[in-house]
Ligand binder design. Structure first.
Ligand code: 8YV
Length: 331
């Protein structure tokens, strides 16, 4: 396992860190943006036509960028920040940052692991129960006065004991599995490699996993390596009685195939917290009652977002102090 950028504390680097500026790339939690402005005198990368002039003026002075998985730092921006030493992410996902380019340039990359694991896992369970037990649908039914005019809704399916497959049994996938043990769900998983000593059943491919479960939960990190891991074949294997839950990244699922499969009755339902082109959600999903749609709120609690902010600033402070990172990305 290689730690990206943790060894980046050479004297020359420290000198430029000491004199360097912090750059905010993209919108962040309001209190984090305020802290960056007030306590770090951070610059803000402008969009559009102003960007080239801004980079010509400030590019060389910037040593640390603070961003999130929503925006990230691509290879071109790295090239325009020749003294950049660290890319600090608010959030666990960093798929919008070109990590290979960062490694090549010796730029450290950090994220905020662990502090959001519980909240994302909690939401995955909530989304699973909502989708399978049709909570949101039944809520709409009551509000629309249909209980009075049409009587009871159709029966849902039982969550306890459902066979669940998890794509990406990492920190978040593992926390989801922990919670599902309370529901007596037989659990299987797919990762790039089988996990030694895991109590759960390994499936060598997403399709094999989907073929043997009632619910498929996507908890894998985003990026080129997992793009469209859940494709049409996987959805077909899950089948008309199967449910898909995604709390990871929209890119892991072939969204066009998902919309077509759902529209044609090829899945029982889906619970989605993430989408391919956020904040845009395919129109076809908006009219489906067997789909629960959330605006990417996996980590969106007061407690977790505060912890994410604290860890983001801890990484930044540590980098500014000695050129190393608290929670560098590893691979
Ligand atoms: C945040 C996330 O919504 O951590 C992640 O990767 O997707 C979420 O926790 C996001 O980072 C904030 O932009």
């Amino acid at each position: 396992m290689t730690t990206i950028g943790s060894e980046k504390s050479a004297g020359a680097q420290r000198d430029s860190v000491a004199t360097g500026r912090v750059l905010r790339v993209g919108p962040l939690k309001p209190s984090l943006m305020e802290a960056l402005a007030a306590n770090y005198d951070a610059l803000v990368l402008p969009d559009g036509d102003d960007r080239a002039d801004f980079l010509a003026l400030h590019g060389e002075s910037i040593t640390a960028a603070v961003t999130s998985g929503r925006t990230g730092v691509d290879a071109q921006l790295m090239a325009e920040l020749p003294n950049l030493g660290a890319i600090v992410h608010f959030g666990v996902g960093y798929d919008t940052t070109d990590v290979d380019a960062a490694v090549e340039r010796g730029i450290g990359v950090s994220n905020t692991p662990d502090v959001l694991t519980d909240c994302v896992a909690d939401l995955a369970i909530g989304l699973l129960i909502d989708t399978v037990r049709q909570v949101s649908y039944n809520d709409r039914y009551v509000r629309e006065g249909r209980w009075v005019s049409e009587g009871n809704t159709q029966l849902a399916r039982q969550v306890t004991g459902m066979r669940v497959g998890i794509i990406g049994l990492g920190r978040i996938g593992g926390a989801i599995a922990d919670r599902l043990n309370g529901f007596r769900c037989p659990i299987s998983y797919h990762n790039r490699n089988e996990i030694d000593g895991s109590p759960y059943t390994y499936a060598a491919t997403p399709k094999a996993l989907a073929g043997g479960v009632d619910v498929l939960i996507v908890a894998a990190s985003g990026g080129a390596g997992t793009r469209h891991l859940v494709d049409r074949e996987v959805l077909d294997a899950l089948g008309p009685q199967g449910y898909l839950i995604n709390v990871a990244r929209g890119s892991v699922v072939d969204e066009d195939a998902l919309v077509e499969t759902l529209s044609g009755g090829g899945l029982a339902g889906a619970g989605l917290d993430v989408f391919a082109g956020e904040p845009l959600v395919p129109d076809a999903l908006l009219g489906l009652d067997n789909v629960v749609l959330l605006p990417h709120v996996g980590s969106a609690t007061v407690e977790t977002r505060a912890a994410m902010q604290a860890l983001t600033l801890q990484n930044l402070d540590q980098f500014l102090a000695d050129g190393t990172l608290t929670t560098p990305v590893t691979r």
